[in-house]
Structure formats: C-alpha cells, structure tokens
Design a protein around this ligand. Structure first.
Ligand code: ZN
Ligand code: ZN
Length: 166
C-alpha cells in the first residue's frame, strides 16, 4: 500500500478509532503507518528500529503498547507462527478471515471465506475444542518465495550437472 491508499487507510483508521471513542495517537498512527509501509508481517523489534530512526528515544514499551492498542482495535493481526504483526487487510471491517502466512518473507494473505471459516470452526467445536484466538493462521510459502526456491534448486542442479560432466 503506498501513497494515497496509505493516507486513506490511516484516515479510515483514525475515524474508526474516533467512533469507538478512542484515539489514534501519533505513536499508534506511526506504528500503523510503518506496518502499512512494510506490506508484510513485521517483527516488533524491527518496528522499534524504524521508530528509533524517526524518534531516537523510542522505548520498547511505547511500541508494544501501540501494538496492543492496534490489536485490540482490530486494525492489525498478530501472526503467531512467525511472531510478527501485519495490518488487517480490510482495516476496520475485518470479519477475521483465514490468514495464510509465508514463513519465508512474512507476506500475509487474508482469505475472506466466511463459510469456510464457519465450517472449520464448527468442526473444531464438534471435536470439543474452542479456538484459543480469533486468528486462524495457515503456514505457507508465497509465489515469490517458491520461485526463488525453484531458481535456487535449478542453479544448484545445473552446478551439479556441470560438476558431473567434468
Ligand atoms: Zn483482517
Ligand atoms: Zn514469501
């Protein structure tokens, strides 16, 4: 998300918070903006690093508190499998889709398939379980990382056949 759409997303988030009687303070807004910029799941410490480039005195608790707020407001998702955070793909209107997370680069895709989600939750409940969180997260490898992997395998393969031909 870049430029206008990013500004629009921030404005939307601000309005959403105001409607809920809460405030998107400058630090919360900045953390959200950094996540929008990144476009993928980002670890708290890299957010802190980026914050420190803007505000050198930023302390970890400020960033963590901002993240907690954004999580509770439903503006970001916590991606547990890689311990990172990502902006909700439909900021403020998330019906909590199913998140597919590239374990390599942190790209997150949100599948909005309410029926699939309901069916899955029903099965889980039939089995006597209750989900521990609203997030349903699937581990994956994105198209770009698959291509990189295939290229690396091909390169390794041709190196091996060159070696064999000698
Ligand atoms: Zn979402
Ligand atoms: Zn990837």
């Amino acid at each position: 998300m870049h430029g206008d759409s990013q500004e629009a997303a921030l404005t939307l988030a601000e309005e959403y918070c105001r409607e809920r009687g809460e405030k998107l303070t400058p630090i919360r807004r900045k953390v959200l903006e950094l996540l929008l910029n990144s476009g993928r799941a980002t670890k708290a410490y890299s957010l802190l690093d980026e914050m420190r480039q803007i505000h050198p005195g930023s302390a970890p608790p400020t960033v963590y508190r901002a993240l907690d707020f954004l999580l509770s407001a439903g503006l970001v998702h916590r991606i547990e499998s890689i311990n990172a955070f990502t902006v909700c793909h439909d900021l403020t209107q998330c019906q909590h889709g199913i998140l597919v997370v590239c374990q390599q680069c942190g790209t997150v895709t949100e599948l909005h398939q309410p029926k699939l989600r309901q069916a899955l939750v029903a099965q889980i409940e039939d089995a006597g379980y209750r989900l521990a969180s609203d997030e349903i997260e699937l581990k994956g490898l994105c198209a770009a990382c698959q291509a990189a992997e295939a290229a690396a395998t091909a390169a390794a393969g041709s190196a091996a056949s060159v070696a064999a031909a000698k």
